[in-house]
Design a protein around this ligand. Structure first.
Ligand code: SF4
Length: 741
């Protein structure tokens, strides 16, 4: 393979003006942050018209929104552009078939770099003389992309149409859509592109004076925390260390002194992180034992101190990474040399004093405990899919530049180094949301299950400096008439057992039998699909095996085909297809007395069915929520978040902010799950909440208003069963199709 420009250290930036360093960008492995090539910057000069940025969680939700505009009276007069990732919009077959988004991004950028004419830079001219080949992507053609951009102004394209049009015009849809942003009146984009500052800027998104709509915002706090929380594993650290060390050795004499210093610092940092995970430099990470499993949580400053990074200027180091594009250069270098994981001499320990040395000695003692190398049976190849582990690590480096109080670092040791991880947790998402609020003219945060909103306002708005009088709240009812939904909070089962699904009592055979009785009865009278949500996979597994032994599954099977949520994502579509087909067959002739009347699906809250899958019409005539899915209170990460909230926010109604957060996490998960039914104005369903705690007003107040207003709290199973039977007798089922979004 030919050497690419990116592997040539002579092309590294010259202007390391340290005094002017201002860290603004978040250099992550997010796909769009990599579109910051020269062309994007040239296009940024185009004037922007006032616009609405509409963002949602998934590409299919964005497509739905585009379809709605297409159907509306505004379709002829509105210029709409839908943005997507390269993985969604690339039409170069050789690039799009690459395994990961990261590889697609790297390959595309590499091709654009190769195609561009070198600029004034003398060293680049030298590279040209060396006949670096022009292997740019044929779809990156400026004339064709301009034509494409014009056609987008004349007609609204959804994702499919963008791809088709791109192929017709031989123009890249990914870049063409970005070039069309300035003239667009509505820009449709995924969450990350909006919420991630450097991605936003790299894509040429200007929020000033524009309206931002964030849809499906029920988990916005968690989403922002996740976007800025970064995790690196031992395998990535070892690989980055190995690659960068080789790069440094090969080009040591040609690197500028300052650049060499930064590279040395990164190598030193990587080595230090590997050691803090209990690993050693130069050994394959999948054979190094680092267990037993343990987790330790640090403040940012404590972590820097422990890993002897307290004397390194992270801002400068991060800025160097950003300016020099070292991770991309490393990529080109790796492409050429294809090195295996090689043993590199561990760098000398930096001179340390006092407490640092003391901590260092403790760390040494721990890592000196030698274990026989043992090969993992199944090597996690996640890290191999990353073309540039350093790029990922840069994100972690930048995360450490957050204020000490706003984040924590978890050192999580597993059996082997390759699985051990460093994780940065963002505790204060408002610091990253405040730019959006400050810049935009108005921000509309919308969702079908936004309750409870108080915590949202505290964590994202007040913390970002928004005054109460600038917040307008609007809540409307559901489109369905009141009698099309029957929500019931049921506190006891058919044989009078109190429904109390706390950790202490939910595993008892008595409780599991009682849930079985409810389901067998409900299955007899509810036509079509019954979807049951359990608080965890473990509990679903436990109850299923109990029901198998006690005959509940067989009894359920007489009325409904029983399905279980698959653990693997790639099996979901197949399972849903079967579920739909059974229900359609059963419902096509109406409820068949004595025969199968549909299907029952056992799912898990927070699993693959609790979000993004619509159980409309017959697919979800009854949603059953078993218990309250509280998170594990002993989780160090949750504890830290609760402590942070307790320290920074006021108590309310005698509850600490930590407790409120804990309850809200649970109720948001409940709301998401039960919101899978009732998907349009003609739909109808019953929701059964099994747990005596659902009778509490504090819990009911956290349900969406349109459910809480209709909720009946029933103490005995008989009346509840009667109400359900009556509800369905009065209605006749209609056929439907599975709708995944
Ligand atoms: S320029 Fe467009 S079509 Fe070509 S590789 Fe990049 S994303 Fe794919």
């Amino acid at each position: 393979m030919k050497e690419t420009k990116s592997s040539d250290p002579s092309l590294e930036d010259e202007d390391d003006d340290d005094d002017k360093l201002v860290v603004e960008d978040y250099h992550s492995d997010d796909e769009a942050s990599k579109c910051d090539d020269d062309d994007s910057k040239e296009k940024e000069d185009e004037p922007h018209v006032t616009k609405i940025y509409y963002c949602s969680r998934t590409h299919s939700q964005l497509s739905q929104f585009v379809h709605e505009i297409q159907k509306s009276p505004y379709s002829e007069t509105t210029r709409v552009v839908a943005l997507g990732s390269r993985q969604n919009l690339c039409i170069n077959e050789t690039v799009k078939k690459l395994k990961s988004l990261s590889l697609v991004n790297d390959r595309c950028l590499e091709m654009q770099k190769n195609k561009k004419e070198p600029k004034k830079d003398q060293l680049q001219k030298k590279a040209k003389k060396q006949k670096i080949p022009s292997t740019g992507c044929p779809y990156y053609n400026q004339n064709n992309m301009d034509m494409y951009k014009d056609s987008m102004a004349a007609q609204i394209h959804d994702m499919e149409q963008l791809l088709t049009r791109g192929k017709e015009l031989k123009a890249c849809p990914y870049y063409s859509t970005r070039y069309a942003i300035p003239g667009a009146q509505v820009v449709v984009l995924p969450y990350n592109t909006l919420l991630h500052k450097s991605t936003r800027e790299a894509c040429g998104i200007h929020l000033e004076g524009n309206v931002v709509i964030i849809d499906e915002a029920h988990n916005l706090v968690e989403t922002i925390s996740n976007v800025y929380s970064v995790e690196v594993n031992g395998a990535q650290l070892c690989r980055a260390h190995s690659q960068l060390s080789q790069y440094m050795e090969k080009y040591r004499s040609r690197l500028k002194a300052k650049n060499l210093m930064y590279i040395k610092q990164i190598v030193q940092v990587l080595a230090s992180w590997i050691r803090c995970l209990g690993g050693r430099i130069g050994c394959a990470p999948d054979t190094q034992k680092t267990g037993p499993a343990s987790s330790k949580l640090f403040t940012i400053n404590d972590f820097l101190f422990t890993t002897q990074m307290d004397n390194i200027n992270l801002f400068k180091l991060q800025k160097y990474c950003e300016r020099s594009h070292i991770s991309r250069k490393l990529n080109g270098f790796v492409e050429k040399y294809q090195p295996p994981m090689v043993k590199i001499q561990e760098p000398e320990e930096p001179q340390q004093t006092g407490m640092t040395r003391f901590l260092q000695e403790i760390s040494k003692k721990t890592s000196e405990k030698k274990e026989e190398p043992q090969v993992l049976e199944k090597i996690d190849d996640e890290y191999q899919a990353f073309s540039s582990p350093l790029l990922h690590i840069e994100g972690f480096l930048l995360a450490l530049t957050n204020a000490d109080k706003d984040g924590r670092v978890v050192i999580s040791k597993q059996d082997f180094l390759s699985q051990s991880r460093l994780k940065f947790l963002l505790l204060n998402p408002a610091v990253h949301f405040q730019d959006v609020i400050k810049e935009a003219r108005a921000v509309i945060v919308a969702g079908g299950t936004m309750q409870p909103v108080d915590e949202f306002k505290h964590q994202l708005l007040y913390c970002a400096g928004v005054q109460e009088d600038r917040i307008a709240e609007f809540s409307c009812g559901h489109v369905i008439p009141p009698d099309q939904l029957l929500p019931i909070a049921l506190t006891t089962g058919p044989s009078g057992v109190d429904f109390n699904f706390t950790y202490q009592s939910r595993d008892t055979p008595k409780m599991m039998d009682e849930v079985g009785r409810v389901l067998v009865n409900v299955s007899n009278v509810v036509p079509g699909g019954v979807v049951i949500f359990f608080p965890s996979y473990d509990y679903e597994k436990l109850i299923y095996s109990h029901w198998e032994k006690t005959g509940v599954i067989a009894r359920l099977g007489m009325k409904k085909k029983v399905f279980r949520e698959p653990r693997k994502a790639n099996q979901v579509d197949f399972m849903l297809g079967q579920y739909t087909s059974i229900i359609e067959k059963a419902c096509s002739g109406g409820v068949q007395s004595g025969g199968m009347n549909g299907a029952i699906l056992l799912c898990v809250v927070g699993g693959k069915m609790s979000e993004g899958i619509n159980f409309s019409d017959n697919l979800g005539r009854c949603i059953v929520m078993v218990g309250l899915p509280f998170a594990n209170i002993k989780s160090p990460e949750l504890k830290e978040k609760m402590d942070y909230l307790n320290a920074t926010m006021p108590s309310s109604n005698g509850k600490t902010p930590g407790q409120i957060h804990y309850e809200n996490l649970c109720m948001k998960a409940v709301n998401q799950s039960i919101g899978r039914a009732i998907r349009h104005k003609g739909d109808y369903a019953t929701i059964l909440l099994l747990d005596s705690r659902y009778a509490r007003s504090s819990i009911q107040s956290k349900l969406p208003g349109w459910i809480a207003r209709r909720l009946q709290t029933i103490q005995k199973f008989g009346p509840a069963f009667g109400a359900i039977r009556k509800f369905f007798v009065e209605r006749r089922p209609t056929s439907s199709k599975a709708d995944t979004s």
